[in-house]
Design a protein around this ligand. Structure first.
Ligand code: URA
Length: 264
């Protein structure tokens, strides 16, 4: 019993430290004396001399090249299916190499409402579908409250790959993946885009204001052909799960969305 509690406490400690993935096929205790001994005996990892580490300018060049490649792939994609295949084959974002799945948009491609979140979390990465974890369940409840089911909307994210430990995406990651999101919008042609959280709102509206300032009023997203789509920013469900006092503001955003859908 005591050992069970110790294991539970150790797992809690790992989770608090952000360790939420199992990397090895066999469970092992990193703090076990035998492992410490093995670590002490193993040579230190080689550190590349500064001269061979990629300079900031070459990382910037890599990002610029990846953005260009993403835009070219988007231009070539003639359908949502083509675009999905292009994203799955794309290797210009390093997040892909740590992720289990490429989480492309899902739902009704003829939807009037397109919902954009930040990035897949652990559940989405495991299942390859956006918003299927706790945030997704709350989102589904909020949609139901205005008469929409998950199958009525199209749901996607700025990034199709999970950032390790659910960290906030970097500007470079957003820049590289943004063409894929913009092309999805061109295929879906929604009446309304609902942007969940500051990352989605900032990326798509190219506006650095906080989500508290951006939410609650209609904004515009301008597509590459200069036509605009009504956009509404609102709090991310993950934020609402931590700050339930803000749910009232989200509810008023969802009512605003419903009103817009009823307009001709
Ligand atoms: N949070 C997001 O922003 N997107 C998901 O798909 C899941 C959680």
């Amino acid at each position: 019993m005591e050992q069970k509690n110790d294991i539970a406490r150790l797992l809690e400690w790992y989770m608090a430290a952000g360790v939420d993935e199992i990397c090895g096929a066999e469970p092992g205790l990193l703090l076990h004396p035998a492992n410490e001994q093995a670590a002490a005996n193993s040579p230190l990892p080689a550190v590349e001399p500064a001269s061979v580490r990629p300079a900031i300018s070459s990382l910037a060049q890599t990002t610029v090249a990846a953005c260009k490649n993403a835009r070219e792939l988007c231009e070539k994609a003639d359908s949502l299916e083509d675009l999905k295949a292009a994203v799955e084959a794309f290797e210009g974002c390093a997040l892909k190499f740590n992720a289990k799945s490429t989480v492309f948009g899902a739902g009704n491609p003829q939807a009037e409402v397109m919902i954009v979140g930040e990035a897949p979390g652990a559940d989405e990465d495991r299942l390859g579908i956006p918003f299927v974890g706790r945030s997704g369940h709350l989102l589904e409840k909020m949609l139901l409250a205005i008469g929409l089911k998950r199958e009525d909307v199209y749901i996607t994210n700025i990034l199709p790959w999970r950032p390790p430990g659910n960290r906030t995406p970097t500007d470079a990651e957003v820049a590289v993946c943004l063409p894929f999101l913009k092309r999805q919008i061109e295929f879906i042609k929604p009446k309304v885009i609902l942007l969940l959280g500051g990352s989605a709102a900032n990326a798509l509206l190219d506006n650095g204001d906080s989500i508290s300032r951006l939410r609650g009023h209609w904004l515009e997203y301008v597509m590459s052909d200069r036509t605009s789509v009504a956009a509404l920013a609102s709090f991310h469900p993950a934020y609402l799960l931590r700050n339930s006092a803000q749910k009232a503001k989200s509810w008023s955003d969802f009512l605003r969305l419903l009103k817009k859908l009823k307009e001709n």
